[in-house]
Structures are given as structure tokens and as C-alpha cells.
Design a protein around this ligand. Sequence first.
Ligand SMILES: *Cc1c(COP(=O)(O)O)cnc(C)c1O
Length: 447
Amino acid sequence: MAITPFVSKRAPFYAGVTDEQWNNWRWQLSNRINTVEEFEKVIPLTDSEREALSAADLFRVDITPYYISLIDPNDPDDPIRKQVVPTSKEMVPFTAMMEDSLAEDRHSPVPGLVHRYPDRVLMLVTTQCASYCRYCTRSRIVGDPSATFSRAEFEMQIEYLKRTPQVRDVLLSGGDPLVLAPKILEEILRRLREIPHIEIVRIGSRVPVFMPMRVTDELCDILQKYHPLWLNIHVNHPNEITAELAQATDCMTRAGIPLGNQAVLLAGVNDNVHIQRQLVHDLVRIRVRPYYLYQCDLVEGAGHFRTPVAKGIEIMEGLRGHTSGYAVHQYIIDAPGGGGKIPVMPNYLMSMSDHKVVLRNFEGFITTYEEPTDYLPSHAAKYLGEKRPEPGQSGVFGLLDGERLFVKPEGFDEIHDRSGIQHRLKDPKKWVPLGIGEGKEKSEPAE
Ligand SMILES: *Cc1c(COP(=O)(O)O)cnc(C)c1O
């Protein structure tokens, strides 16, 4: 790996700061930039940025000295600048804009715990971050110090997890769990580890990107006591991959923490296949596996970051097959209204018959795969005694599995209930209850 000096970039404004201060994460946190006056000392602001910074109700601004130093001060379109310096475009509402676009609050059994999927939960442990992304999906709560989670709420989260045995994976997020005081972070990890059915703990953190000096040997020592622990960082642009970040990921990798990356597709930042290819290549070089590329959420203040979905498909077309499979992330639309993560990709399956499928590869080579005509599926899974505690969430797989016959859109029954005269196409006394899924209710004819 090309090693540039540890203190590779520092805006001229910080020339007088000692290395000891610079490399101290607490110094980085307490010297964050957030006012017009402070900004002007580091980067000259555009009119739009100055207007935003002077606006009331602006989503919180804070940028670490380390991260702001990565910005080219003379480039108003710098991809790092766009992620953290607000512009007046944040004030522009757009169609379908929502405060809580993922309906997380509706899926929270207790404050700060989002139980959306059958076997895993999202646990929000703080509202604070090292710096604030302008497109934050959780800007309704993030950054607000008065909205931070209390001890009582933490205990409620733990109690819920204890009584919910289907949860085998807890994802710590926020805010950013790695800005918590080490003692508090350790207590959270320890309390989760005391719950036997929790198999893995994951952390989602942008601290290694905003403040890599936080990833000390001491932190890695704490984290590795709570394995299996996985961690996703959040890098959007190759310019964020510095020697300092490489050192942080190296430390965590040596501590046995598998690292992934979650990027967000952002107009004017990384909405280009060449940037994306560079990004994923640089990530695998620092041993970070690209995990997800998210379509930008429909959240207030983030409208100008959205791209058409076609841009994401085009990027995936330019990655899959063109580079290492390890470097290809999955493109995800997190469905508005709480539908959850939906993967989208180019079509590779072109057609099929009862014994053959037609496929195309990344080069446009069209081929066939001959399927067996005597296939008998194995029933091995039955003997594993696998428990599926939430059959209601079996979804489309449940249709294939025979657990349900159909899935109805909301309001389906109401619109089809014409309250008309009973059709005697069949003798209702002889109706056979289906006993499967939602077909059941049709077995009781109204009199
Ligand atoms: C993203 C997310 C998860 C984790 O999803 P994976 O696809 O397993 O990474 C879990 N819960 C919620 C609410 C989420 O938004």
C-alpha cells in the first residue's frame, strides 16, 4: 500500500496545531467547524453556503478539522465539501419528501430500537456524530443533543431484546456509536453479549472517515473482546480514502473485525461509474468489502442529492463483471414508507422455458443454461429443526413455500366487498375452509 505521511493533509489554518493535538480525537471533536466565521478561515464560502449557514432550522453542521482539510478550498464542487457543507438547496422541498422516510418510528417497539426485519434490529445508541452528512436519513433526530437516548430507554431496549429471541443480529447505529465515551460503548457491547440469542453485533460508523484518529489501539482492544463483531464504515468518494483511514481500517482488521462499506449514491459526489470503480478498488485495497450502495432517501433537505434510479443501474452495469466480485456492492433502494431494503440490478436473466434459461453476461454474450428434467429438491432443512418464529414476515418466499397463497394490497378487501346480493354459485354449506394464509376468511360466507 502506498503510504503517505500520517498527517498527510491539513488545511493551512491548522498549521500551528501540534501533532499531539491533531491526532487526539477529543481535540478533533471540540474544534469542529460550524459557523460562518470559522468556515471562512478554512474555506471561502459560496453565497449559497453562507445563506444556508445563516438560516434558522438548519440541520446541524459540524465538521472535524481532519475532514474539512480534505476539501480543495478552491473547488466549490469538491465531492467532500458537498457532503458536509450545507447549501441553500437544503431548503428546497420536493415531491414525496418525508421527515421519517423509512417509517422507522412506526417500527420501533421501544424508543431507538427499529425492529423491521424478522431476525435483526437496528439499535440507535446516540444522536451524535463526528460530522453531519447533509443527506442524513435520520436528520429528524440526529444532531439534536436534547434528543439523545436516556439510560431508561437503553434499559428498555435491552429488555425488549431479552424477550425477543428471534433477534440474532443487533446493528448499532445512531448517530455514530463510535463517538460514545469508551466506557459507555463497552457497556452496551457487554450488555448485548449477555443475551445468549444475540449471535452477532454490528456497528455502523462514519468515525473512521470523519476522525480516523479515534480508531486507537485501545479502541480496537475493547472492540475485539465482543466478537463476533462486524463493522460497516461509510465512504462515498475516493478522496476520503487517506493514509489515516487506511491505518484505522488496518487496526480494526487486525482486531478481527470484518469491515464493509455502505455508500450513498449522491448527485455531484459519486454519481459516475469511473468514480464508483475507483471507490470500490480503493476500498478493497484497504481491506474493506463494499457492501451496499444506497439510493438517496426521500428525506427533507436531501432532494438535490437524488439521482434517477437509472444512474444506479448504469453504475452496477459498469461494475459487475468488469471488476472483482469482491469489489461489487449491492445497489439498494430503501423503500419509502418502511418497506425496507430492496436490491435492484440490471437484468441478466433474459428468458426461460420449462428446461432452459437464457442469460446474458456483462459483455452482452447471450447464453443458455440447460436445467435438469429429473430434479428432486432435498428436504434437509426440515431435519435442522429450523424455527421460523415470525411466519407473518415470510413474504414472497412464503408464497413459494406454500405458507400463503397470495399477498393482498392494502384496501383490497374493502374495494372488492361490493355488499351485493349473495351469488349462489356454490352451496355455502359445502364450502371447504382453505386454512391457508388469508384465504381462510373467504370460507365463511356472509348470510
Ligand atoms: C439496514 C437495516 C438493517 C440491516 O439490514 P441488512 O440488509 O441486514 O444489512 C436492519 N434493520 C433496519 C431497520 C435497517 O434499516
